[in-house]
Design a protein around this ligand. Sequence first.
Ligand code: ADP
Ligand code: MG
Length: 251
Amino acid sequence: MTKTYRTRKRTVEALAPITLTLKPDEFTTIIGTSGCGKSTLLHIVAGLEQPSGGRVEIKGTPVVGPGRDRGMVFQSYTLFPWLHVQANVEFALRDTPLSKKERSDRAREYLDLVGIADFGTAMPAQLSGGMRQRVAIARALSYRPSVLLMDEPFGALDAQTRQEMQELLLQVWEAHRLNVLFVTHDIDEAIFLSDRIIMLTGRPGRVKLDVRPQIPRPRTVDVLTSPEMMTQKAELLTALREESQHRWRPQ
Ligand code: ADP
Ligand code: MG
């Protein structure tokens, strides 16, 4: 697919032609410099943006808009501030065939999964950033999507909380093995989490690197200092540096 944004004043080619096939149980991360089209790619998969050319298919079905086969977690908190935690998750299940009782049980099941079962009646404003993202993850998983889309979900968190959330996400993922498409500009985060890392070039984004970190699972924080981690990091850092240098070179 491709994506070009056209406004009255200018045309921005955000994504050059990109073809990607994701495996159902893999954790894939898109990485690249700021403005290279990562969010654009994710929004197209989410059905929030239309591609200018080409298409996205999930299990053979073309994406025409947002749907429950894809769960989404973005960086900015997207909880309804006037609903308590449990109600925020239940709201995501409103149009499903589930009964009220089933919705409530399902919400509790996923809040438990992300470790915040005791906060069902808390309001979003009472929660820390990390806790809110836990709710967002519980909500996205509650309707059991086949793909989980995450756009820099931990970008606004402090380093310690961010690490905790990465570990939590890995635990959840290792238990459920759904297809995750994750976006970050943090190389450590990408390697720690992913089976596969796709680096985009500077705008317009095209695939620059497609690598599979050779780090066994289950992963713990110990892998962050392993030789495999360092080797993978060196390769990605070099590639990323090339792209940021291109960006500043005069046209
Ligand atoms: P990233 O997430 O990698 O930082 P984005 O996908 O947000 O990058 O943006 C890619 C490019 O497309 C940027 O140059 C951005 O300014 C441009 N862009 C993104 N959204 C729009 C839009 N709605 N209209 C016009 N240009 C846009
Ligand atoms: Mg972005």
